[in-house]
Design a protein around this ligand. Structure first.
Ligand code: SF4
Length: 211
């Protein structure tokens, strides 16, 4: 893999095609953390509506920690995350007790409902750190580009996490993560990737075979 070319082309494309979401317009770690938790298994556009309503009703962790579970559930129900309402409130209580969202992987992973994806995405987006961010969506792009054949869930694919760690640039990990997500949403589609429109096609293991 020519990692510098991979980064250069994808970052350039990402700057031109960046989608707008409320959690991309804030540097509040609490809002970023909540967004990353809600984004697990849910589409950005769907989460955006829920995100706005959630923060309209409970603007910070202290407020959400005092909310009724049934009220939280009524807001997030459209995401199909019924069991996440108690976890969200527990996370709010823990963050409020700590005095804020921790900027540390292990401490983030200790929060209720926070897995490796949400922890690393929060470090990258809210705190500007460099960390690999892998979920089912970004895994699709990386596996195709790198020619990695695996049936493992993205969360447990150690080789994939290692490769993504190698590819993620220092100093622009936030923009990199957004670019991978945006490419997955607009170009590297699940069943019919638009390889002819992709900035990575010449180097992509999959795209160079089919385009
Ligand atoms: S060339 Fe095709 S398969 Fe490869 S990253 Fe681009 S859209 Fe995805």
């Amino acid at each position: 893999m020519d990692v510098r070319l991979f980064r250069r082309r994808l970052l350039a494309w990402g700057r031109e095609h960046r989608r707008s979401f409320p959690w991309r317009e804030t540097d509040d770690p609490w809002r970023v953390l909540v967004a990353e938790v809600l984004l697990q298994r849910s589409r950005g556009k769907t989460v955006a509506k829920v995100f706005e309503e959630l923060f309209r009703r409970w603007p910070d962790a202290a407020a959400l920690s005092r909310a009724r579970e049934s009220s939280i559930l009524s807001v997030i129900r459209s995401l199909g995350l019924v069991r996440r309402a108690p976890a969200l409130r527990a996370m709010a209580r823990d963050v409020d007790r700590r005095g804020g969202v921790p900027a540390d992987t292990e401490e983030l992973l200790a929060l209720p409902g926070v897995g490796r994806y949400a922890a690393n995405a929060t470090l990258v987006v809210a705190f500007g750190q460099r960390a690999p961010v892998v979920d089912g969506v970004t895994a699709r792009v990386y596996r195709r580009y790198l020619g990695l054949a695996s049936d493992l869930p993205a969360s447990t694919d150690a080789e994939l996490w290692r490769k993504v760690d190698e590819a993620t640039p220092r100093g622009s990990a936030r923009e990199w993560n957004w670019a991978v997500l945006d490419l997955a949403s607009e170009i590297c589609l699940p069943s019919r990737p638009r390889c002819g429109d992709c900035p990575l096609v010449e180097q992509c293991a999959y795209g160079s075979q089919v385009a």
